[in-house]
Design a protein around this ligand. Sequence first.
Ligand code: NAD
Length: 249
Amino acid sequence: MAQKRVAVITGGASGIGRETALKFAQKGDQVVVADFHAAAGEETVQMIQAAGGEAIFVQTDVSKYEDVEALVEKAVATFGRIDVMFNNAGIGRQTPVPDWEWSHYHAVINVNQHGVAHGIMAAGKKMRELGIKGVIINTASVFGFLASPGTFAYHATKGAVIMMTKSAALELAACGIRVVGVAPGAVDTPIIQGYKDSGMLDSMKAKVMGNKLTQPEQIADSVYLLSLPEASAINGSVVMVDEGYASFK
Ligand code: NAD
């Protein structure tokens, strides 16, 4: 029987992360769901197990390197390997220039930027140590490419995720480890609730095909495709998964 892959998914308690965990499990991979939020993370695991899949939950604060290192250790201790690391946990807080709240600014940088750096470092080290030619996938955003009002820190972090993806891909290629990213547009998850009153969401939706939000399952499908050996020539790329949002005026 073919060796099962092991996928670690941060932000797996909700939205894109939960749907990606369900997708990988449905395809037969062993899944490690990581999130700050324990009850909802355990719920993702129960959903996977109810459908006959294999998963564990590890409570993790991605802004702390020791947590992410322990997460990767737990994945290997439980399932014996790590093939996919999906650095996806993120938060969105309004940080308008020039009156931003420093606490908001630092919170967004700590989770969205440092969290991804921690995942790249911990998974990259472990894959190299075990000689696994794995793939690290990072969640960026169209907001890493395009500016919009009120989200200064968020833009900074997503721009950083794009360049960390390219830089890490270059560094890890020698070990056969790929590093890629996805850049979603407007996805129907709790993170965008804060934008519902601002009118920004309506203008984003109007640019997306069908005037509707993208569903998190659609991002999960793209993440899964990028993880496959058939995507072996895709490296250092951050793929727009935005229904054309960033391509149309
Ligand atoms: P979500 O709020 O549904 O999920 C985010 C998850 O991250 C939550 O489960 C949350 O508990 C977890 N999380 C937050 N801080 C954490 C921490 N310190 N440690 C561990 N887990 C933590 O939102 P989502 O839309 O699924 O977001 C997933 C990713 O997609 C984020 O990086 C987000 O920036 C990105 N994204 C979302 C959209 C969108 O429109 N929804 C668009 C572009 C990019």
